[in-house]
Each structure stands twice: as structure tokens, then as C-alpha cells.
Design a protein around this ligand. Structure first.
Ligand code: AP5
Length: 220
């Protein structure tokens, strides 16, 4: 299954991508995670991306397109993948279509998680992540068992640089201007499912499964 998860910052893309991985064993390809790893490792890519990410701006299309193109060629993507945070602009969507055509496949579904801005700001300001294994928590709605530490590996949790409120507002503005137009594009292609991203994480996952199911059974 080849899926794109669309949605503003904090909509729950990463959270739901992990659930899809748990069930279908298809890799989550998060351009945000890949870029953050490059920043942490201090690579050339990381050095270019860091100031833009910190400011809540998008990294240039050519950089992220190159990252995704390399990643999709890896063997673990042959049965499917969940793209989390890509595409984010019309040129990225066009590049993705070309990449998939070259690989002889196409997208099965684009899921857009719909969440109002005030809820997003609340979610992001409470988010804490594990810098070791990438686990995501929220101080109120999804706290770790021991406050401040990852349940899985015990590492101290951190807040992302771009999760401060003023950066979140800029990320929301960028999403509305550059990413939201992708919904019309995918709607026209008959690929879009808009899902209410407010509610329990499991309940939202049930809706995602429902959006994916008819196409699965049609193919089986
Ligand atoms: P990226 O890492 O992709 O960030 P984002 O899109 O802003 O999304 P987030 O990771 O903030 O949120 P999410 O939707 O994954 O939510 P999550 O599941 O964590 O990108 C970061 C930066 O990298 C960009 O700003 C840009 O600079 C650069 N970049 C990345 N991709 C790029 C691209 N393609 N082109 C150019 N630049 C790019 O959940 C959020 C919180 O809410 C968590 O605490 C979670 O526990 C909680 N939560 C989740 N679901 C629920 C629920 N149902 N109810 C209550 N709480 C919930």
C-alpha cells in the first residue's frame, strides 16, 4: 500500500504513520525525521536545512525531492510506504508522480487529517520526543510512564526547536499557503480522503483503515 499522509503540523501524521507500520509493516518515510537526523549529525544537508526548519520555513524542493527519491529506491519500500510530510508543495507532488511512474507504481490513497488551528497549537506545545528512537509523547494526552523519559529506551525527552508557539504559527501559515492546495490536486485525481483528526488516536486510525479498506479488498 502506498499512502501519503497530509495534514498541518501536529495533525497526527507521525502518530498514525506508526500505527500503519505496526499493522502493515510498511515504512514511514518522514522527511522531517530525515532532516532532523541530518541536523543532529551535522551533515552538509543538515547545515542547509537547520535555519529554515528552526524558522518554520520549508526546505527547498530539490533537497527533499532528492531525499525521497533515494529512500523510495530502498528494498523495504517495494511493498509500500507511508509518506509523512511529503509532498508539501505542488512541485514536490509532481516530482513524486514522476518518481512513482519510474518505479512502476502509483499512490493508493492520500489521507488528509483535518484539525483546527487552536487544537494544533495545544498539541504541539505539549509534544515531547525521544531523540534516540523518535517516540512521540504529549505531556497531557499521551504522557510517558515516568515524566520526561522515553518508555521504550529511557532517554530524556526533548522539545523540538520549532515547537515553540511563534514558530508553530509560522508553520501553520506555510501549510495553508503551500501545502493545503495539494488537497484539490489529489481530490481531482480521486485519491483524497479527508478525515477528522480530532478524537482518540485509535478512533482516528479506525477511520483511516476505513478509507483504505475498500481499495484493499478490491485488489485482493
Ligand atoms: P515535520 O517533522 O514533517 O513536521 P510537521 O509536518 O510540522 O508535522 P509534525 O511532526 O509537527 O506533526 P505530526 O502531524 O507528525 O503530529 P504528531 O503525530 O507528532 O517537518 C518539520 C520541518 O521540516 C518543516 O517545518 C520543514 O522545515 C522541514 N520539512 C519536512 N518535510 C519537508 C518537505 N517535504 N518540504 C520542505 N520542508 C520540509 O502529533 C503531534 C502531537 O499531538 C504529539 O504530541 C502527539 O502525541 C499528539 N497527538 C497526536 N494525535 C493526537 C490525538 N488524536 N489527540 C490528541 N493528541 C494527539
Amino acid at each position: 500500500m502506498k499512502i501519503v499522509l497530509l495534514g498541518p503540523p501536529g495533525a497526527g501524521k507521525g502518530t498514525q504513520a506508526k500505527k500503519l507500520w505496526d499493522e502493515f509493516k510498511i515504512p514511514q518515510i518522514s522527511t522531517g525525521d530525515i532532516l532532523r537526523a541530518a541536523v543532529q549529525q551535522g551533515t552538509q544537508l543538515g547545515k542547509r536545512a537547520q535555519p529554515l526548519m528552526k524558522a518554520g520555513k520549508l526546505v527547498p524542493d530539490d533537497i527533499v525531492i532528492g531525499i525521497v527519491e533515494q529512500r523510495l529506491k530502498q528494498a523495504d519500500c517495494s511493498k509500500g510506504f507511508v509518506l509523512d510530510g511529503f509532498p508539501r508543495t505542488i512541485p514536490q507532488a509532481e516530482a513524486l508522480e514522476k518518481m512513482l511512474r519510474r518505479l512502476g507504481c502509483k499512490l493508493d490513497r492520500v489521507i488528509s487529517l483535518e484539525v483546527p488551528d487552536d487544537v494544533l497549537v495545544e498539541r504541539i506545545s505539549g509534544r515531547r520526543i525521544c531523540p534516540t528512537d523518535g517516540s512521540v509523547y504529549h505531556v497531557l494526552t499521551n504522557p510517558p510512564q515516568r515524566a520526561g523519559y522515553c518508555d521504550k529506551c529511557g532517554t530524556g525527552l526533548i522539545q523540538r526547536d520549532d515547537d515553540k508557539e511563534e514558530k508553530v504559527r509560522e508553520r501553520l501559515r506555510v501549510y495553508a499557503a503551500q501545502t493545503e492546495p495539494l488537497k484539490a490536486l489529489y481530490r481531482k485525481k480521486g485519491l483524497l480522503s479527508e478525515i477528522n483528526g480530532v478524537g482518540s488516536q485509535d478512533g482516528i486510525y479506525v477511520e483511516i483503515r476505513r478509507a483504505l479498506a475498500p481499495r484493499n479488498s478490491a485488489r485482493a
